[in-house]
Write a protein that binds this ligand. Structure first.
Ligand code: HEC
Length: 114
C-alpha cells in the first residue's frame, strides 16, 4: 500500500505551478470550476471550510502539494484524477483559492470589539 503510493507519486510528472498573479478572467473561470466540480459542497463557496471539509483558502497549500492531495487524498476526500479534473482546470481552481480575500479582522465586528 505504502509502496504503491510511493511509486505512483514518483512516476507522476509534477504539474507546473500556475502564475502567482492570475488574471481576473482566470480567477472567474476557477470560481466556476470550483463550483461545478463540487469542491464547494465540502469546502464552502469561498474555500472557507464547512461541515464536511477544512478551510483551503485564502492561502492554500503550495500548488504542488495541493495538486498531489487532490489527486490522491489520504482521508475522507474523494480523489480527483487527472482524467476527471485536468491540470489546466485545477490550476484555475488554484487561482481562485489564492485570490480569496482574507476574513475581516475580529475587531471589525462591533459586538466583539468592546
Ligand atoms: C466530499 C467532500 C469533499 C469534496 C467534494 C472535496 N473535498 Fe477537498 N477535502 C475534503 C476533506 C474531508 C478534506 C480533509 C482531509 C481528508 O479527509 O481527505 C479535504 C482536504 C482537501 C485539501 C487538503 C487541505 C490541507 O490543508 O491539507 C485540499 C487542497 C482540497 N481538499 C481541495 C479540494 C478541491 C480543489 C476539491 C474539488 C476539486 C475538493 N477538495 C473536493 C472533502 C472534500
Amino acid at each position: 500500500m505504502l509502496m504503491a503510493a510511493t511509486v505512483g507519486s514518483v512516476a507522476q510528472a509534477p504539474a507546473p505551478a500556475p502564475p502567482a498573479q492570475p488574471s481576473p478572467a482566470t480567477v472567474e473561470e476557477g470560481r466556476k470550476i470550483f463550483a461545478s466540480y463540487g469542491c464547494y459542497q465540502c469546502h464552502g463557496y469561498e474555500g472557507q471550510g464547512g461541515a464536511a471539509g477544512p478551510r483551503i483558502a485564502p492561502r492554500p497549500l503550495p500548488y504542488a502539494g495541493l495538486s498531489r492531495y487532490v489527486r490522491r487524498p489520504a482521508g475522507q476526500m474523494p480523489p480527483y484524477t487527472e482524467k476527471i479534473l485536468a491540470d489546466a482546470h485545477l490550476q484555475k481552481i488554484y487561482a481562485y483559492l489564492q485570490t480569496r480575500p482574507a476574513p475581516k479582522p475580529v475587531d471589525s465586528i462591533p459586538l466583539l470589539s468592546k
